[in-house]
Design a protein around this ligand. Sequence first.
Ligand SMILES: Nc1ncnc2c1ncn2[C@@H]1O[C@H](COP(=O)(O)OP(=O)(O)O)[C@@H](O)[C@H]1O
Ligand SMILES: CC(=O)N[C@@H](CCC(=O)OP(=O)(O)O)C(=O)O
Length: 279
Amino acid sequence: MTTAVNSAPDAAGKLSGGRMFVMKCGGSTLAELPESFFGDLVKLQESGVQPVIVHGGGPAISENLGKLGIESKFVNGLRYTSEEVLDVVEMVLSGSINKMIVRRIAKSGGKALGLSGVDGGLLQAKPVAASHEVGLVGEVTGVNADLVGGVLDLGYMPVIAPVGVGPDGQRYNINADTAAGSVASELGVSKMIVVTDVPGIMKTVNGEKRVLETITVQQIEDMILAGEIYGGMIPKVRAAVDCISGKVKEVVIVNGAEPGVLGKVLSGEKIGTRIVRMQ
Ligand SMILES: Nc1ncnc2c1ncn2[C@@H]1O[C@H](COP(=O)(O)OP(=O)(O)O)[C@@H](O)[C@H]1O
Ligand SMILES: CC(=O)N[C@@H](CCC(=O)OP(=O)(O)O)C(=O)O
């Protein structure tokens, strides 16, 4: 499939507010992403677009914790994170998953540099308000945007693992959607693409499951209350809502397994669910 290949030069022009965009890759989909996904990413990079990747890895963390006999517990979508859990989180996110993405980009002929939020104080963090329930989970207080800019200037795609660091050197586990939203806001990109394992936000209408083309902030709140948006979709929509109240103009949630998905989103094709700022 060559959609992104053909539309890549266009995409550079269509990214209003700069050539940069933030892409969050969820752990749910990483193993399923086809080679063509990384090939398309590299073609975009070659055409002058600057993707900044923030990735998750929730399923791999749970699998590794399981092997160690440690149970995974989530409170409102956030993993309960003790120091022991954090060791595994950091090993999996900043280690195997981050390097797997860098290797796949390199295999497709691209240049990527893996970093965790700890490196160069990329993701500065503090404990979340609910830390008494979730432990060492952080929220982003600052992003070292100069470091991201420097990596891009060197011609490398930054690949960021969502482990943050406090002023005292404490590490924090940060939800990847939340981290991506903060990076998008701080970099002031116009677009954030959330790549996951479903084709967008789905709603059952007249007994039929449909992907919503667009969704408003009010509809999001209603769907969360009705239990129609649940689990891992909640941090995505919350991060999206936060983002679009700042400089980010739209957040698009798409399925990474869809052929040519990045080119389609960047060239403005109707795909996935768009969460846009109200005019
Ligand atoms: N309304 C919804 N539409 C689509 N998916 C939803 C919705 N509400 C909850 N989900 C769930 O959100 C999941 C995606 O979140 P998650 O598993 O955390 O993915 P990722 O690892 O990509 O962050 C979907 O697989 C689906 O089970
Ligand atoms: C605090 C918290 O819950 N952190 C997540 C970080 C990884 C993540 O968010 O991965 P996905 O994008 O695949 O869900 C976790 O430990 O699972």
